[in-house]
Design a binder for this molecule. Structure first.
Ligand SMILES: [Zn+2]
Length: 57
């Protein structure tokens, strides 16, 4: 079901220790960071972990 008509899209930034940086709204940022963790660090990152790292842009 698609019913994401709630919060306005917030731009967030996540900066990794390695220098990698991702920005975008939650829907874009979370998979980007999860993929970076997997590919660059062999780490599985949960959505909660990504959001905990994120800061408003
Ligand atoms: Zn990294």
């Amino acid at each position: 079901m698609r019913s994401s008509r709630q919060a306005p899209k917030l731009e967030l930034i996540v900066r990794c220790d390695c220098g990698f940086e991702a920005r975008g709204d939650e829907a874009k940022l979370v998979p980007a960071v999860q993929r970076h963790g997997r590919e660059a660090h062999n780490m599985e990152v949960t959505r909660e972990q990504v959001l905990a790292m994120a800061r408003p842009a």
